[in-house]
Design a protein. Structure first.
Length: 633
């Protein structure tokens, strides 16, 4: 049966006002407009790499041969590295055997197997192969400075030996029967983890030289690492971290020669002796180790402790709101050592996809320094060179006699930090423009290069090229947006320019996009990347629902579509509609075209207003126009 009134709300029929203007019948969508446009930018790079999804605006995902410029405000090709062959007498480095090192005076000493080598003096800016100082069959586990020379540990295989640094000859046992694994120099003396196997010696015991003898400290479980950090000795065990900050003092001790029962005793009852003050105090208990390579390294950097724990690099803060362990974001299958060099923490890892990598931490973020596929010759056991040969660090190449020298800081025009080969690239995180669940049509991408100075070798006439690519499949494939663009000469104009490209609407539609900037031939200078950006249109698929706005005639004797007078008076119609709004309930609704689309929808009144033509007679007759706004629920 045809609908007798224009609309039916909650079973009651109403006739619409027939006028024109703002109150006439309208039906529309009630949702977020589709096709919203926007722009996303990254103009700070302080957070480094290893951020998979863009949360902070200062972090990126990856790239090789690119690092921080202007304190992380920009990115430029970095650092310089060079493969070298070491001394042919050196045994091959192995990733599973630590290579100990120690700075003695102006030289760095290191041991591979039972052989000890010395680098060129640190003031010498020309690199040469390390000098073989001594060679033996027993592998060396640790080296440390002691009394102007070197104290050498052989683990449980041999007694500790002391050598003079100059010639590294005539090693003498520091104490007969004392054997150590991890050695440190502290407070003008030395201590080590106990590796002796005779009675009374234990893996959880630390031996300390007093100057007049030996004493020991016992911890809760076997000691994995012993280092000096934050002006303290830090011991890492299977159950926690301990710190020690004692000193050797002279104290009165009982004289073993004194006999109180001897009437003729002339020896004094006490004598002066040297003893360590303080104890190893637990300052963090982590329960138990997670993996066999836990504490592959533990070191201090920037006032904090860093360690490899649970297959990731952790940062330990002692006090404040962030006290305890914090994941820095670098993880992998294995870790092969770390060192602090030239203001960076260098860490060698095997990544989860079995790549050998060297990463640099600057206190705020990670930067990829070296990367290669496969683990046949993994980088391992980095050492700080402190400028020896004009370099900052040496990283051994496992299962070989080779290594990579790394220069992290610019020294001069001949000893810069641009990568050997001049190639570099920088890759952003997966950018979602703040709406990870929605597809975007990426319309335009760009990169900005800027610097207030010509960085690099002044006056260089080299041609440097830069390019811009993008990926919409997580880096699986890259599409070139701006081909290699060439810039001649290291002048201001070459440092300040932009790359941008429009993208066809049918080409790049995805939830995420990544941008990649590439440099080529950047040997002596390079433009600094100051920002990247992308313009997009969000392809919304919002919940589909309708919205209506119309006016209802509320007066006496309203005629419906069939020519019949409505039973309700004007006052009754007005009161009924206000009551429906006040209750906030959901009602059934039949639209004006219900005869052709017999759909009954659930709606709610979200807006109501009443217009009265003759206010002086309104109370008597109830003649008004009621404007309603309905939304589908």
């Amino acid at each position: 049966m045809p609908q007798a009134t224009d609309i039916v709300l909650d079973g009651a029929g109403y006739m619409l006002w027939s006028g024109t203007g703002a109150m006439q019948y309208k039906r529309a969508q009630d949702s977020v407009a589709e096709g919203r446009t926007g722009r996303i930018t990254q103009k700070d790079f302080f957070g480094g790499q290893r951020r998979a999804y863009q949360l902070e605006r200062d972090s990126a995902w990856g790239g090789i041969g690119a690092g921080p410029a202007y304190g992380g405000q920009g990115v430029e090709p970095w650092p310089y590295s060079l493969y070298v062959n070491l001394n042919p007498s050196q045994p091959s480095a192995t990733p599973n055997t630590r290579i100990p090192h120690a700075r003695i005076g102006d030289y760095l000493f290191f041991a591979v197997g039972g052989a000890v080598f010395r680098t060129v003096i640190m003031s010498n800016q020309t690199w040469a192969a390390p000098t073989l100082m001594a060679s033996g069959a027993t592998p060396i586990t640790s080296l440390t400075y002691y009394s102007g020379g070197i104290l050498v540990g052989y683990g449980s295989a041999f007694d500790l030996l002391y050598y003079t640094a100059a010639g590294f000859t005539n090693g003498t046992p520091i104490f007969t029967g004392e054997r150590g694994g991890e050695l440190v120099s502290y407070g003008g003396s030395a201590m080590w983890t106990d590796k002796a196997t005779t009675a009374g010696h234990y893996a959880h015991r630390i031996q300390l030289v007093t100057g007049s003898g030996m004493e020991y400290k016992l911890l809760d479980s076997p000691v994995r690492r012993l280092i000096v950090a934050q002006s303290r000795v830090i011991a890492a065990t299977d159950a926690g971290l301990y710190s020690f900050s004692g000193r050797v003092n002279e104290v009165d001790v009982r004289n073993p020669a004194y006999n109180p029962n001897d009437a003729n005793e002339t020896d004094p009852p006490t004598i002066r002796a040297q003893r360590w003050s303080g104890e190893f105090e637990p300052f963090f208990q982590h329960g138990s180790t997670v993996a066999t390579d836990d504490f592959a390294f533990i070191t201090a950097f920037g006032g904090k402790l860093y360690a490899w724990v649970g297959k990731t690099v952790m940062e330990f803060t002692e006090g404040g709101d962030r006290a305890g362990w914090r994941d820095t974001g670098l993880s992998g299958n294995n870790c092969f050592g770390a060192c602090v060099a030239a203001g960076y923490l260098l860490v060698c890892i095997e990544s989860r996809d079995r790549r050998s990598q060297v990463w640099a931490w600057d206190g705020a973020g990670w930067w990829l320094v070296l990367d290669q596929a496969g683990m046949q010759y993994p980088w391992c056991w980095p050492m700080p060179l402190s400028g020896a040969g004009g370099y900052d660090a040496l990283v051994f190449l496992g299962n070989s006699q080779g290594a990579h020298l790394i220069r992290l800081v610019w020294r001069n025009d001949q000893q810069g930090t641009f990568p050997d080969g001049g190639a570099a690239n920088f890759v952003t995180s997966m950018i979602d423009a703040g709406e990870r669940d929605k597809d975007k049509a990426w319309r335009k991408v760009g990169a900005v290069f800027a610097a207030p100075e010509p960085r690099g070798v002044a006056g260089s006439g080299d041609v440097v090229s830069v390019a811009l690519d993008y990926s919409i499949d997580g880096g699986g494939t890259w599409i070139n947006a701006v081909p290699l663009t060439h810039y001649n000469n290291n002048v201001a104009a070459s440092h300040n320019h932009t790359l941008n490209a429009s993208i066809a609407s049918t080409v790049a539609t995805s939830r995420f996009i990544q941008l990649r900037v590439r440099w080529e031939s950047a040997l002596f200078w390079a433009p600094v990347l100051a920002g990247v950006w992308a313009e997009f249109e969000t392809l919304d698929s919002p919940a589909r629902r309708r919205k209506w706005s119309f006016a209802i005639t509320a007066k006496d004797q309203v005629i419906n579509r069939d020519g019949v007078v409505l039973a309700k008076t004007g006052r009754e119609l007005i009161a009924e509609l206000w009551s429906k709004w006040w209750n906030g309930s959901t009602f059934t609704f039949r639209d004006i075209d219900h005869d052709y689309d017999p759909t009954e929808r659930q709606v709610r009144i979200v807006g109501i207003s009443e217009a009265v033509a003759a206010p002086d007679q309104h109370g008597m007759w109830g003649d008004a126009v009621i404007s309603l706004t309905l939304v589908q629920v």
